[in-house]
Design a protein around this ligand. Sequence first.
Ligand code: TYM
Length: 326
Amino acid sequence: MARVFSGIQPSGDLHLGNLLGALVNWVNHQEEHEAVYCIVDLHALTLPKDPEELRSSTLELAQLLMAVGLDPDKCTLFVQSHVPEHSQLAWLMECTVSYGELSRMTAFKDKSDRSEFISAGLFTYPALQAADILLYDTDLVPVGDDQRQHIEITRDIAERFNHRFGETFVVPEHVIPPAGARIMDLQHPERKMSKSQHSVNGTINVLENPDSVRKKIKRAVTDSDGEIRFDFESKAGVSNLLSILGAAKGDSPEEVAKSFERYGDLKSAAADAVVDLLLPIQERYADLQADPAETRRLLQAGAEKAQEVASRTLTRTQQNCGLLQA
Ligand code: TYM
């Protein structure tokens, strides 16, 4: 059975891009594979965070992930800082990746351009992400398209370490969904839907009410040529609506395009599909919120399960690179 690993940051609200680009696949993978999913609170600290907000968003995100369909009986769900092996392996990864490689990461360039305080952690972020993945002998990493470069650098780090110190890590592959891998901002379809861009009308949150979802999709930017076809280069807005509808229905955007002739009809169908997808998640979330103690118990059990694997990998890695065992 293949081992699957992925992570998500507890910063900002969970949005439709996270859901369609990653989480829908996470839920599918737990049925077929041994799946490990992590709320990466240490990664969230790379940008300034209010302590109380970080604590509550971590717990809320755990509840949201379960509402989306992650089942702690079928997968391992835990918080990154509860398994200290992540930070311990991250140092060894920092010593395996070069300054030049980290300087070429587009996520660092984007985020550092927008921040006043650029932490060293923001720069070495990919080393911690590599540690997350490599600790679990991961075969497959389901992510959206924006994580492609992070998975490639993880593969490079794993191969370099194996080459220097002998077989230590499984070299992972990314799994990017055919539809939904790049959900774009509804008002600025040339940039991805994101927690950090502060584009209220361009972003749909998973907890958003149906009226607001419909309004935002109705007002989504399209173009004036009136033709429905999937072509991100010249028709970003329409293509984004096709991606959203396709991903929500499990169809390809090209196939979806054949069923519509008018933008208005495409928008109504996309709005219905998104509302149908979100309502049951919102109902389950309301139930889960009633019992935060149970969520914390499940996260603790998840961390214990994760640590069994993580500690074995860390010990093997420490031995292979020459650290004297205590
Ligand atoms: P994060 O928290 O930004 O996003 C979580 C997941 O959502 C996907 N995603 C999108 N997919 C499609 N369209 C969008 N507009 C969109 N926005 C976000 C992301 O690709 C991701 O799969 N660095 C990671 C967290 C991480 C991680 C890991 C991921 C830490 N360690 C190990 C995988 C494996 C991040 O910031 O994701």
